[in-house]
Design a protein around this ligand. Structure first.
Ligand SMILES: NC(=O)c1ccc[n+]([C@@H]2O[C@H](COP(=O)([O-])OP(=O)(O)OC[C@H]3O[C@@H](n4cnc5c(N)ncnc54)[C@H](O)[C@@H]3O)[C@@H](O)[C@H]2O)c1
Length: 265
């Protein structure tokens, strides 16, 4: 019997990358998943639905712009209408724009705040209102390593992900006694479209602070999301789980000269 048998939830930004991996991991545990992403990503969203069903879960795709209140309210209502409950939510949709702080365009700053910050707040707002009426639930927001430390050329994104952690911690405290747990994951550089689309130098820059010195996989993030949403994490709320190959635990960048040599003989 899967951990999420008989339970239903939402994964936003689920047309690919971390969101798709999380939706499939929930499906493998028997969940019903509302796969939310923007209309332009419908083919990817429908592919995620197919993969969730193949993994043993149920799923529907719904076009949602998480920056629009009506869309987000509709996303929550549709989950309950389609599956009968809303037990968990992974608020994962996000965008990145790069550039030094003085060079970032105002429109890019606004877009990141609308999607990465307001989108998470709106999602939590309507999810919490429902979960309060229904005696509980679990929420995991996708923050980032960039929510814990500064990252060159990503000022607005760093600010947005710090805000996601602030929203997570605050809601965790506010709703702890209503049977609702709220946590965040803070991935390092993960092999999704967001990172694979960057030029080689950009990917190398992101991997440099990671002692493991490789890109993480969306599946490695998904495992933590499912754990935090599950009853196995029943006393965990307000936490930010780093999944970053050691990046935020070390001040030293990756340097092979600082790794011990394997013992010989
Ligand atoms: N890839 C990484 O290295 C990394 C690291 C830390 C955090 N993250 C975060 O992980 C999350 C998922 O990103 P990913 O790495 O899978 O990249 P991705 O680009 O594959 O996924 C992001 C998804 O969000 C969707 N999205 C964008 N705007 C939206 C909107 N307004 N409404 C609904 N959906 C929208 C996109 O269409 C896309 O499917 C993001 O929040 C990102 O900031 C990624």
């Amino acid at each position: 019997m899967g951990l999420f048998e008989g339970r239903a939830g939402i994964v936003s930004g689920a047309a690919g990358g971390i969101g798709r991996a999380a939706a499939v991991a929930f499906g493998r545990e028997g969940a019903a998943v509302l796969v939310a992403d923007i209309e332009a990503m419908r083919p990817g969203g429908e592919e995620t639905v197919r993969l969730v069903e193949k993994a043993g879960g149920r799923a529907v795709f719904r076009p949602v712009d998480v920056a629009r209140a009506d869309d987000v309210r509709g996303m929550v209502e549709a989950t309950v209408e389609e599956f009968g409950s809303l037990d968990f939510a992974h608020n994962n949709a996000g965008v990145l724009a790069t550039g030094f702080t003085a060079d970032v365009e105002e429109a890019d700053f606004d877009r990141i705040m609308e999607i990465d910050v307001k989108g998470v707040w709106l999602s939590m707002k309507y999810e919490l209102l429902h979960m309060m009426r229904n005696g509980g639930g679990t929420i995991v927001n996708t923050a980032s390593e960039a929510g814990l430390v500064g990252t060159p050329m990503a000022g607005p994104y760093v600010a947005a992900k710090h805000a996601v952690i602030g929203l997570t911690r605050t809601a965790a405290g506010e709703y702890a006694n209503m049977g609702i747990r709220v946590n965040a994951v803070a991935p390092g550089a993960i092999a999704s479209r967001m990172v694979l689309d960057l030029p080689e130098a950009g990917r190398e820059m992101l991997m440099a602070p990671q002692p493991m010195h490789r890109l993480g996989t969306p599946e490695e993030v998904a495992e933590s999301v499912v754990f935090l949403c599950s009853d196995r994490a029943s006393f965990i709320t307000g936490t930010v789980l780093s999944i970053d190959g050691g990046a935020t635990s070390n001040a030293q960048s990756y340097d092979p000269a600082l790794s011990p040599a394997a013992p010989t003989g």
